[in-house]
Design a protein around this ligand. Structure first.
Ligand code: ADP
Ligand code: ZN
Length: 214
């Protein structure tokens, strides 16, 4: 099973990808997570990526394409994978198609999580994440039991640097200009499935699963 999760920042791609990963026992490949790890590890890539990410812009295509090409060739991707945050523009999607053809593989479904811009801003401005276990919280819709502390593992919750109003606005703009056209791209290939990303995480997940079964 090879899946792509599409949708604006804050649509819940990461959350749904983690649930799909458990259900189908295939890895979640998030270019955002890979890049944030590189920033944490202070690698050369991380240093370059940080400037772009903090501004809400896209990291250069050749960088993310390189990361993905290497990642999907690893042994744990044999049974499939979930792409979360990649591709993010037409050039990346075309390169992905080429790579998959080379490997005699294909994408089964592209799940487009739909959510409006106002909701995105609400979700992202109140969001915090546990750096230890990846759990996500929201100060209104999913507050941790103890403020600033992860319910699951006791880790100290962090806010992403790019989850501020100004950068969110920029990320949305980039999404509209560069990423949203991918819906048309995959629609033409016939494997685009739309899911309204409203309501509880569980309800959205059940709708995502329905789309995968058809
Ligand atoms: P979100 O979808 O909430 O914006 P991500 O974690 O997917 O968050 O991405 C965070 C940042 O990482 C992006 O704003 C961008 O700078 C960079 N990034 C992630 N994936 C890509 C990609 N495929 N191409 C270019 N830049 C990317
Ligand atoms: Zn935790």
């Amino acid at each position: 099973m090879r899946l792509i999760l599409l949708g604006p920042p804050g649509a819940g791609k990461g959350t749904q990808a983690k649930m799909l990963k458990e259900k189908f026992k295939i890895p979640q490949i998030s270019t955002g997570d890979i890049l944030r790890q590189a920033v944490k590890d202070n690698t050369e890539l991380g240093a370059r990526a940080k400037i772009v990410m903090d501004a809400g812009q896209l990291v250069p295509d050749d960088v993310v394409i390189g990361l993905i090409k290497e990642r999907i060739r690893q042994a744990d991707c044999k049974a499939g994978f979930i792409l979360d945050g990649f591709p993010r523009n037409i050039a990346q999607a075309e390169k992905l198609s080429e790579t998959l053809i080379e490997m005699s593989l294909k994408i089964d479904k592209v799940i487009d999580l739909e959510v409006n811009a106002e909701e995105v801003v609400n979700r992202l401005t109140g969001r915090s994440t546990c750096p230890e276990c990846g759990a996500m919280f929201h100060h209104i819709s999913r507050p941790p039991k103890v403020s600033g502390v992860c319910d699951g593992c006791g880790g100290k919750l962090e806010q992403r640097l790019d989850d501020n109003r100004e950068t969110i606005h920029e990320r949305l703009k980039v999404y509209m200009e560069s990423t949203a056209p991918l819906k048309e791209f995959y629609k033409k290939q016939g494997n685009l499935k739309m899911v309204e990303a409203k309501g509880s995480v569980e309800d959205i997940f059940s709708n995502v699963c329905k789309m995968i079964d058809v």
